[in-house]
Design a protein around this ligand. Structure first.
Ligand code: SF4
Length: 383
């Protein structure tokens, strides 16, 4: 971090001239001094991305299974103490959502759920994956961390990727943000990707939620974590996500700010540091910025996303309730039954900024001279 803040034009120049980058070089590339070098940085990142991945952008969609959660995370609408409308989809309802996504073209789905062993057990997740795997070639998960042995049946059922964001690598802020629940344990979360690898997952996704601690500090920690995983989990593909905090239930305001220009700088720096890593951009970012970032180093984007369970089809709408101390409480108010034009009134995790349809995003990708690919790259080679 100090290295990054102290970098000057000369040290950035020197780092940029290298063909392989160390963590110190990475710190230079994301420094305030390197902000002036955005043009050469993005040119190099673009060339490298095309060389390694071709002119291809892969698309995926999140499928929210449940918004039940036993944790309190200050920045998340699903926090257990938020009086939101909750639901957990049945396997049939999950299939209905997946088929709607499949009809839109998606063959790569990320199953997302809050952490609640009573509603979202590893057996439930295994059954979801098993049901989907027959129809969807690539299924990955973003769910509460588990033990290695709890992951194994999920892998055996056909899941290939696991995503777990550390949220913040700053232990003090982590402690302040996570006030209740098992997520309080920083180290348990940090070691999740290694447990996932040991259980057989072959795509590991990591990232920090930008807006909690200083973004350069977080970025250097994400880079160090990715570097570690590439050395120790060498059979896996590592993907890095760059989410910035979005408004959510609970009205948490970001504690730190990262400008659009700094986000561009960071995408390029990650690409130079990790030429083969997947770089992921979600619908948290507005359309114009996403369009600009696509040619610069991003390889995987979501489109048409809903962050509420049942958001694509209205599945589970009639079971919506509140959860108080782990017990279901009927919603009871007729206004909660209205959906205001949405498929369901279950509460979403956060507001999305790019609300274009998957078809519109695919068209835009084509206009930029890239091929939109709906299937995961690795899965495409094995199915
Ligand atoms: S961030 Fe995850 S663990 Fe925290 S409240 Fe939201 S869903 Fe639960």
């Amino acid at each position: 971090m100090k290295r990054s803040l102290d970098a000057n034009v000369n040290s950035v120049h020197e780092s940029l001239s290298k063909s392989k980058f160390s963590l110190n070089d990475f710190a230079d590339l994301i420094s305030p001094a390197a902000n002036e070098f955005l043009e050469p940085l993005s040119r190099r990142s673009q060339q490298l991305t095309q060389q390694r991945f071709g002119k291809v952008i892969r698309l995926f969609a999140p499928l929210y299974l449940s918004n039940e959660c036993i944790n309190n995370c200050a920045y998340c609408g699903f926090s257990r103490d938020n009086a939101i409308l909750r639901v957990t989809l049945s396997i049939e309802e999950v299939l209905r959502e997946a088929r709607a996504l499949s009809e839109q073209g998606f063959r790569n789905i990320l199953l997302v759920a809050g952490e609640h062993p009573k509603f979202v057990s590893n057996h439930y997740l295994r059954d979801c994956v098993r049901a989907l795997h027959a129809e969807i070639p690539s299924v990955s998960l973003e769910v509460g961390p588990m033990e290695t042995d709890e992951y194994r049946p999920i892998v055996a059922a056909g899941a290939d990727g696991l995503v777990v964001y550390q949220e913040t690598y700053d232990r003090n802020i982590y402690d302040e943000m996570h006030t209740a629940g098992p997520k309080k344990n920083f180290d348990w979360r940090l070691e999740t990707a290694e447990r996932a690898y040991a259980s057989g997952f072959r795509r590991l996704g990591i990232g920090a939620l930008f807006g909690l601690s200083d973004w350069r500090y977080e970025a250097i920690c994400v880079a160090a974590h990715a570097d570690f995983l590439l050395r120790h989990c060498w059979k896996a593909q590592v993907t890095i996500s760059l989410p910035r905090l979005r408004p959510c239930a609970g009205e948490f305001q970001p504690l730190t700010h990262m400008t659009d220009r700094e986000l561009v700088q960071l995408v390029c720096a990650f690409r130079l540091m990790f030429p083969d890593a997947g770089l992921v951009l979600s619908t948290r970012e507005p359309a114009r910025l996403r369009d600009g970032l696509i040619p610069l180093g991003i390889t995987l984007i979501s489109a048409g996303s809903h962050t509420e369970p049942g958001g694509y089809t209205g599945a589970g709408r009639e079971k919506i309730h509140q959860t108080v101390r782990g017990k279901i409480v009927e919603a009871g108010s007729s206004e909660w039954a209205t959906t205001n034009g949405h498929a369901t009134n279950a509460t979403g995790q956060f507001e999305i900024a790019d609300d274009r349809s998957p078809g519109e995003v695919a068209e835009l990708i084509r206009k930029l001279g890239y091929e939109p690919v709906w299937k995961d790259w690795d899965a495409a080679l094995t199915t």
